[in-house]
Design a protein around this ligand. Structure first.
Ligand SMILES: [Zn+2]
Length: 165
């Protein structure tokens, strides 16, 4: 391993894996008053209200809804290249479909919004897993090139995907 690889490896170790939005201690169970996600046994899920535990749940706002409210994405994908202009709808459809699948099992992984900016499409997410899953979905469906940068000092990932022609 050369010096460069070593410094990259150290960077990975320094990366924070703790989402500051998930640090709040929650006693017992809770239900998000915004989206209906349920907190039980340490996890946010989509358990339905029929669930008996939820009966005594406290109302609060889940970490994903707080990120959406604050517009504080954990993941940012920037899509660029001429392929994007020609296949925009297919690309958006793939990302929405990927979000649906991810969100079913991981209630806190959601797309915040899609923004067009100077020929690029910026997609922000509430979780780093969804962002990297979107990056991989783009690569496997449309090829292209992507680059993943995990933030050193905070919980976050920035992904660039591009394809020309
Ligand atoms: Zn919520």
């Amino acid at each position: 391993m050369d010096k460069y690889q070593e410094s990259q490896k150290n960077k990975l170790f320094k990366t924070s894996h703790h989402d500051p939005y998930c640090l709040q201690r929650i006693e017992g169970s809770a239900v998000c008053s915004q989206c209906g996600a349920v907190y039980q046994a340490g996890n946010w899920t989509w358990s339905r209200p029929e669930n008996t535990v939820v009966h005594s749940a406290q109302e609060m706002t889940c970490p994903a809804c707080r990120r959406i409210h604050d517009n504080m994405p954990a993941g940012t994908l920037t899509l660029s290249g001429s392929f994007l202009q020609k296949h925009r709808n297919e690309i958006i459809h793939l990302m929405e479909h990927t979000e649906e699948k991810e969100k079913t099992d991981h209630a806190l992984e959601r797309i915040i919004k899609l923004t067009d900016s100077a020929g690029e499409l910026i997609v922000t997410t509430t979780g780093i897993h969804l962002a990297s899953r979107l990056g991989h979905a783009l690569e496997s469906a449309f090829k292209g090139k992507s680059d993943y940068r995990y933030s050193e000092n905070e919980y976050g990932v920035s992904i660039h995907w591009t394809r020309n022609k």
